[in-house]
Write a new protein. Structure first.
Lengths: 208, 208
DNA sequence: CCGGCTAAAAATGTATACATTTTCAGCCAG
DNA sequence: CTGGCTGAAAATGTATACATTTTTAGCCGG
């Protein structure tokens, strides 16, 4: 695993205090590499929203802003249905099958940790989205998801939300299999909206 | 002006043939710097869609894909009204005034080249959007705009479209000044849709 | 005691040098 | 002649060394 992923993991775990500037030399020493790869990794993480420039004081971890999470989900809510709408005509049995396999894996493994669950969840969505063959749309949506990861973090979603979410996944797949594109897109929009509401609520609870 | 901007200019002007891999050493020599800043600039340009990885053959200029432009405008069409909707309540006289100044500058200088016109145009929009104080939304919208720049390039928009566009800008500002948020957002959506249609048509004409 | 200036220290940006990976021309076996 | 191997060449990744910028601690004048 390369430096970028290691740093991202440490950021997810809150290893760096928000607001305090990150020093290249310090990180380089900690991971036993020179500053060049550190610069590369930091630049990428900045582009993905994990870091921000604090004036000219270098890069720092931005504090969690519930409103940012709200906006990220707002955007996903509007964009992902567009992607699904374009994917729907291309969804053949094989793709639907792969998506269903992912759902089954989630259903059957009750002990998946939050991180693995999140990965599977996103893989389910991308399996469908990829079929749209719309690189630009896909890329933007993926980037929004990456930014959301910062907020999802390692928090444990409530179990009952997880089961609600899974139900929606299955319903979505059923609708798509039947070719009911519009209802599927509407469901997806609600699905994302619900996830966003829950996340923002969690964040507010934790902060308030 | 730093390397990033120089490279972007050269990319806009089609200085590098699409598909052929860009070599760090070559660029470094051409601009008289070492490879390190070249790497930084290339990484950033890649993140913004100006370059893409061609397998393991390094970075290359992606060919223009009219569908990508279509998708970019589709997304902007859905996102920018959200931003304007949130900006509307915060639009005071000063901001409206600044926006109107930009429009006036565009109206009064008939000899602005396409590049300057595009810059002013975008500045007008961001003047309004910034008032929303929604960094995440703003950032994504800005990024989409940056990706669009690749397609707008240096093409001369027809003069009659330019005047139509300006009319819409003025109408938009009037609506906002009167506090008619919803009609303003609807107009913005149409404004972007029209720009997108025209651009895609131009691209198709050039290619077909 | 406070605010601004100065110089040292620290951090980042850049160049050069080296290591590793990838590409490709040329050759050999089939 | 074709297809795959091999080694040289080239390109990228990384480390070290140097340059430039930024920060900050300390001092001086008010």
């Amino acid at each position: 695993m390369d430096l970028y992923h290691q740093l991202k993991l440490d950021l997810q775990r809150g290893h760096f205090a928000p607001g305090t500037p990150l020093k290249q030399a310090e990180i380089a020493k900690r991971y036993g590499v020179s500053r060049i790869p550190v610069r590369d990794a930091l630049a990428r993480l900045k582009a993905e929203g994990w870091l921000c420039t604090h004036g000219k004081r270098g890069l720092a971890v931005p504090a969690l802003a519930p409103q940012e999470a709200e906006d990220l989900y707002l955007m996903r809510m509007h964009l992902e249905p567009l992607l699904l709408e374009r994917a729907a005509p291309n969804l053949n049995g094989e793709i639907i099958g792969r998506a269903r396999d992912i759902l089954d894996a989630m259903d059957k493994n009750p002990v998946l940790d939050a991180s693995a669950l999140g990965q599977h969840n996103w893989q389910f969505h991308t399996t469908l989205y990829r079929a749209a063959e719309r690189p630009a749309l896909f890329h933007t949506v993926e980037q929004l998801q990456r930014q959301c990861e910062r907020y999802i973090g390692y928090q444990n979603r409530t179990l009952d939300y997880q089961s609600t979410s899974q139900e929606e996944h299955h319903r979505l797949l059923d609708l798509l299999q039947q070719g009911d594109c519009a209802p599927a897109c509407a469901l997806l929009e609600q699905h994302i909206a619900a996830a966003g509401r829950l996340l923002v609520q969690h964040l507010s609870d934790r902060q308030g």
